[in-house]
Design a protein around this ligand. Structure first.
Ligand SMILES: Nc1ncnc2c1ncn2[C@@H]1O[C@H](COP(=O)(O)OP(=O)(O)O)[C@@H](O)[C@H]1O
Ligand SMILES: [Mg+2]
Length: 235
């Protein structure tokens, strides 16, 4: 289980996260909804060891993550697919994917098998593996970013706004793949602004506003919540 407990984070004097509590059980697909600036990426970057929390804890399989190096966190099975994809545009698709397996370089054997799994999830990436990542469409680049995270062999995958900037049909396909990744056994924590599509595939969800969790519940509960409908679904 991944557990954020009373997590607070400051940037200078600005309180970006205010005593956040959230958990994801093994095998769950948990959605974190929140508008721009709510603090979603801040939570993920803290869990990945990139930002330092001011208070609270993040535990994964009972072990404290705060204070660990980002590489050690990835090695322990918590892998982030960052907002904005962050690919190396000039490098080939395959090289970008292989970079995701860098933390496993002392045990490279299984990476070939993982690469095959990524190509099975995203067949188009097999065809385009020798093309520069920057030449792909936005949706295909997002596939590379997710594929690269999969190369880290995650037990928990943190997906930060994978639907950003993509067309509705592409988003639908992306969410189907995310659901498949989860069904194959990877726990998923998905940060999204696209509330409706995300709630459709979630087991549970949280709503973050100005660094605070303001709602949590089952997708059906949140979809029926007037406050959520008005603020996040526009219905
Ligand atoms: N490195 C940073 N330094 C200062 N403020 C930051 C930094 N990163 C994010 N913020 C601020 O923290 C708040 C939360 O940002 P962020 O976690 O990126 O939200 P979200 O991912 O939900 O859009 C915003 O007000 C943002 O401007
Ligand atoms: Mg963000």
């Amino acid at each position: 289980m991944l557990k954020f407990e009373n997590l607070s984070l400051k940037y200078g004097s600005f309180l970006a996260l205010d005593q956040v509590n959230l958990h994801a059980d093994q095998g769950e697909l948990v959605v974190l909804l929140g508008a721009n600036g709510a603090g979603k990426s801040s939570m993920f970057l803290t869990a990945s060891g990139i930002h330092k929390a001011t208070a609270g804890s993040i535990t994964w399989q009972g072990q404290e993550l705060l204070g660990k190096k980002p590489s050690a966190i990835v090695q322990s099975g918590l892998v982030q697919c960052p907002e904005g994809r962050k690919l190396f545009a000039q490098m080939s698709v395959r090289k970008n994917l292989e970079l995701g397996a860098y933390v496993h370089r002392s045990d490279p054997g299984p990476s070939q098998k993982t690469l095959e799994e990524v190509f099975t999830l995203f067949p188009i990436l097999r065809d385009k593996q020798h093309d520069p990542a920057g030449s792909l469409s936005g949706g295909q680049q997002q596939m590379v970013a997710i594929g690269r995270a999969m190369m880290g062999r995650p037990k928990v995958l943190l997906l930060d706004e994978p639907s950003l900037g993509l067309a509705p049909l592409v988003i639908k396909q992306m969410f189907e793949v995310i659901q498949r990744i989860n069904q194959a056994g990877t726990t998923v924590l998905l940060a999204e602004q696209n509330a409706y599509a995300a709630l459709k595939i979630a087991h549970r969800a949280y709503v973050l506003e100005s660094g605070r969790i303001v709602r949590e519940g089952l997708p059906a509960e949140l979809l029926a919540d007037d406050f959520i409908r008005k603020a996040y679904i526009g219905a």
